[in-house]
Design a binder for this molecule. Structure first.
Ligand code: HSE
Length: 297
């Protein structure tokens, strides 16, 4: 009647796929305990590590749980404990981990009445609360694992994408907070055709590279002509981090989700560790506090 889970951090957008591409990290995430109880309703009993609202309707995990329960006949209740290891506003899917982890665990405790795609739909309600927009590019990889593509939002069509074996992510988090809602507000609502052409070429190239495990093609496709030029101004020393990461052997480098974290993908752990050194030396030189980690995808 109780389940303890790891809810992974995620990198949304993955450069060229704003709101549609995402990937799950295997070493960074929240730990959660979800308990089935006789008393109906959803209660957030404890949050360790961050100061977040405990009221069910104000908490992303609570809202996602309620969205799921609205579609069941079950009259059980659920208690949620969150050990929040992912900092909110860091750009690696903090709200998504809480929402996705909660609905995944409740589905298990109910005997799996819902498909993973259903769970994505419920977890998106948590994202709606957190950012004002029910985007799925963090919750989908958190639930499916590996790489995912949101092929369509209406109707919702989420596809799990092949993840090459030797792919590693390096993620550096400058110690500032960027709210996703703020980082969305500054975006333009139209895209020049010449940029759209470059962008969808890259999305196709990246998907093809992931399936054929063509690391060079993955690298060539990791470029964002639409969002990064606008958002990168919010991120300290973004251009230098990107340049040095590529020089150190990264396949590509970009903004993780809505930032301020910056991610790079590499082939193999050794290369990912070289990128760690390259990113660190940029932030040491300009005097920016950070934390950094690598993760297999
Ligand atoms: N696709 C979303 C955005 C992800 O970039 O705003 C937020 O984590």
């Amino acid at each position: 009647n109780e389940i303890k889970i790891f809810a992974p951090a995620t990198i949304a957008n993955v450069s060229c796929g704003f709101d549609v591409l995402g990937l799950a990290l295997d070493t960074v995430g929240d730990e959660m305990v979800i308990r089935k109880v006789a008393k109906p309703g959803v209660t957030i009993t404890k949050i360790i590590g961050q100061n977040l609202p405990l009221e069910t309707h104000k908490n992303v995990a609570g809202v996602a749980a309620l969205a799921l329960l609205a579609e069941t006949e079950s009259d059980f209740g659920f208690e949620i404990e969150i050990d929040k290891r992912i900092k909110p506003g860091s750009g690696i899917g903090s709200s998504a981990a809480s929402s996705a982890g909660t609905v995944w665990a409740i589905n298990e405790l109910l005997g799996k009445p819902f498909s993973v795609s259903d769970l994505v739909r419920f977890a998106m309600e948590g994202e709606r609360l957190a950012t004002g927009v029910a985007h799925a590019d963090n919750v989908a990889p958190a639930l499916f694992g590996g790489f995912t593509l949101v092929r369509s939002y209406e109707p919702l069509d989420v596809i799990s994408i092949n993840t090459p074996n030797e792919l590693y992510a390096t993620v550096i988090h400058p110690q500032i907070e960027v709210k996703t809602s703020d980082a969305r507000e500054i975006l333009k609502t139209t895209v020049p055709l010449k940029d759209a052409i470059k962008q969808w070429g890259n999305v196709g190239g990246l998907i093809s590279g992931l399936y054929t495990e063509d690391y060079e093609l993955i690298g060539r496709s990791l470029e964002d002509y639409i969002i990064e030029p606008i958002r990168s101004i919010l991120i300290p020393a973004f251009d230098a981090v990107k340049l040095q990461s590529i020089k150190a052997g990264a396949l590509g480098c970009g903004i993780s989700g809505s930032g301020p974290s910056i991610f790079a993908l590499s082939k193999g752990k050794e290369n990912a560790l070289k990128v760690v050194d390259a990113m660190k030396s940029v932030y040491k030189k300009v005097g920016i506090d950070y934390d950094i980690h690598i993760s297999k995808i």
